[in-house]
Design a protein around this ligand. Structure first.
Ligand SMILES: Cc1cc2nc3c(=O)[nH]c(=O)nc-3n(C[C@H](O)[C@H](O)[C@H](O)COP(=O)(O)OP(=O)(O)OC[C@H]3O[C@@H](n4cnc5c(N)ncnc54)[C@H](O)[C@@H]3O)c2cc1C
Ligand code: SF4
Length: 497
């Protein structure tokens, strides 16, 4: 009897999924499920990226791959008619589905995913009996476990594990960082075909996407992903760390890697990404602070978020400890940046509309900060982040959105809410000098929605946050505001953002 084929999901597309060990000899089945594409209002470019990546792999591997277009995955597998093995899917729902298929006999085996460096059992062993549960501890153990940036067996190169202090600079006084732009793909026939199919699906009402349609900016094949990685490491990694937390209105990419798409599509192995960065430190003189800052993102944060997703479980998504119940406004859901006056928020939302991308500090300190201050429902917000961004996948969301950005878990992931007023945004960006609002003004026509929103947020949640010692000083600041009542009135009725 022929050995089972390998069913690859749309985020498992690289050779470490299909060419490693016993899988190298397997036939492959890929399924495009129409229902999955239309289930939510995804960003148009996200649909484009996933479909193009799957079809490109099918084209590249030729006869080895059967690509099936079906209404559902179940129907696709039925039509394929052969038993399959599958890598662990990357979401709770898909995991449950794969297990059900295994019980039914359609799936013969579920093998560990190749998309992350640390296997789940090793994380469980690390987490067991641990009283402190911190990213910093996990990150160190990852460096030791994988021998990254080590001097000897256990010591960090440069004598420190963490160069964060060097990596928090305000932006320079120039419109852009002045570094070479990111790698940009050249679209081809496959892009044209996918675009035509998505246009048809939209006309027929099978999908209702948000955001602009292209051009494609992210890698969808292994070759493209390696180009993107190597171009980033050569041109932009040296300035990665220093301006990691900064924002410039006319520089959407700054020194960010733009690798979350190929990483999350499974086109790049995180360990090869880390190795490429480490090589740049040893062989090309890339600054240690920059390389360490980047390694921390990929080997630390990305892996941490992945393991927390499983560790915290599906119920974690329901947390809403700040009782935030406001529906996302229409302009937010429709990515209508023109409806927004606040320069920082407009720039971030326009990035999401135009590219399905905003860099980390825009996600956390502008979009997330706004949602936190205004009390948007964390579950609805999680859905929005998962669908409106090109790199949004279910596993990334709960710890980043429910935990870090919205503090809806009451402090499991973050030690305090990431709420900040306009002064922070003014320090870390060039937005405020050309904004309709003024970061120093709390009340009146020019009152900055972030500055006033920050105080209104603290006031609304004072009782819930009082037990957190890191919030003591900010909460004490509330008592010093002589115009607090006026500010609260103003924010209750605020229409202009
Ligand atoms: C509210 C919120 C929503 C987010 N949504 C997503 C998302 O949908 N998909 C996603 O991949 N990341 C998400 N992140 C994490 C991070 O913002 C993005 O990974 C990053 O902006 C992607 O751009 P980049 O490749 O240029 O990253 P860089 O800034 O260049 O970082 C390098 C890489 O580090 C990894 N990384 C860094 N931080 C994180 C993190 N907190 N979680 C996971 N990976 C991380 C990513 O793979 C990224 O490609 C979110 C963060 C927040 C606060
Ligand atoms: S003034 Fe306020 S709203 Fe305007 S850019 Fe600055 S922080 Fe954003």
């Amino acid at each position: 009897m022929a050995s089972p084929a390998l069913w690859l999901l749309g985020d498992q597309l690289g050779p470490h999924f299909h060419d490693a060990g016993e899988h190298a000899d397997r036939d492959i089945v890929l399924i495009e499920s129409t229902r999955a594409l239309g289930r939510r209002r995804y960003h148009r470019q996200k649909l484009h990226l996933v479909l193009t990546a799957m079809r490109a792999l099918a084209e590249q591997l030729g006869d080895r791959v059967t690509l099936i277009r079906a209404d559902t995955y179940r129907e696709g597998l039925r039509r394929y008619g052969r038993p399959v093995v599958v890598h662990e899917p990357h979401s709770h729902a898909a995991d449950r589905f794969a297990r059900a298929l295994r019980d039914e006999g359609t799936v013969t085996d579920i093998v560990p995913t190749a998309g992350f460096a640390l296997p789940k059992p090793e994380f469980a062993a690390w987490a067991r009996d641990r009283r402190r549960f911190l990213l910093e501890d996990f990150y160190r153990s990852q460096r030791e476990r994988f021998g990254v940036l080590l001097d000897g067996e256990r010591d960090p190169v440069g004598g420190r594990w963490n160069f964060d202090r060097e990596n928090r600079a305000a932006p320079p006084h120039s419109p852009t960082l002045g570094v070479p732009g990111p790698w940009q793909p050249v679209e081809n026939d496959l892009d044209d075909a996918v675009r035509a199919d998505l246009d048809r699906a939209r006309e027929e009402g099978r999908i209702d996407p948000v955001g602009a349609d292209g051009p494609r900016r992210f890698a969808v094949t292994r070759t493209e992903a390696l180009h993107a990685l190597r171009t980033f490491v050569a041109d932009r990694l040296p300035t990665f760390g220093r301006y990691q937390d900064a924002m410039l209105a006319d520089d959407w990419a700054m020194s960010h890697a733009l690798l979350s798409v190929p990483l999350n599509l499974g086109l790049l192995d995180p360990l090869e990404v880390v190795a490429e960065a480490e090589r740049a430190y040893h062989d090309s003189g890339a600054p240690l602070a920059a390389v360490e800052g980047f390694v921390r993102q990929v080997l630390g944060w990305r892996e941490w978020i992945w393991h927390l997703y499983w560790h915290l479980g599906p119920r974690y998504l329901r947390h809403n400890l700040l009782a935030a119940r406001r529906r996302l406004p229409r302009w937010w859901r429709e990515l209508d940046a023109d409806a927004v006056e606040a320069h920082c928020l407009r720039t971030a939302l326009r990035g999401v509309h135009d590219r399905g991308y905003a860099h980390h500090i825009q996600r956390l300190m502008v979009l997330g900060n706004h949602a936190l201050q205004r009390g948007y429902h964390p579950g609805e917000l999680t859905d929005w982040f998962a669908t409106a961004f090109v790199d949004g996948f279910p596993w990334v969301m709960p710890p980043n959105v429910i935990g870090m950005s919205q503090y809806a878990d009451g402090g499991v992931v973050a030690t305090k809410p990431y709420a900040a007023g306009g002064a922070y945004i003014d320090r870390m960006s060039d937005h405020c000098s050309s904004c309709a609002f003024d970061p120093k003004v709390r009340v009146g026509e020019r009152a900055c929605p972030f500055t006033a929103g920050y105080w209104a947020f603290l006031h609304r949640n004072a009782d819930r946050l009082r037990g957190n010692h890191r919030m003591r000083r900010p909460l004490a600041g509330l008592n010093r505001l002589r115009d607090l009542d006026q500010l609260l009135d103003q924010e209750r009725g605020r229409r202009r953002f």
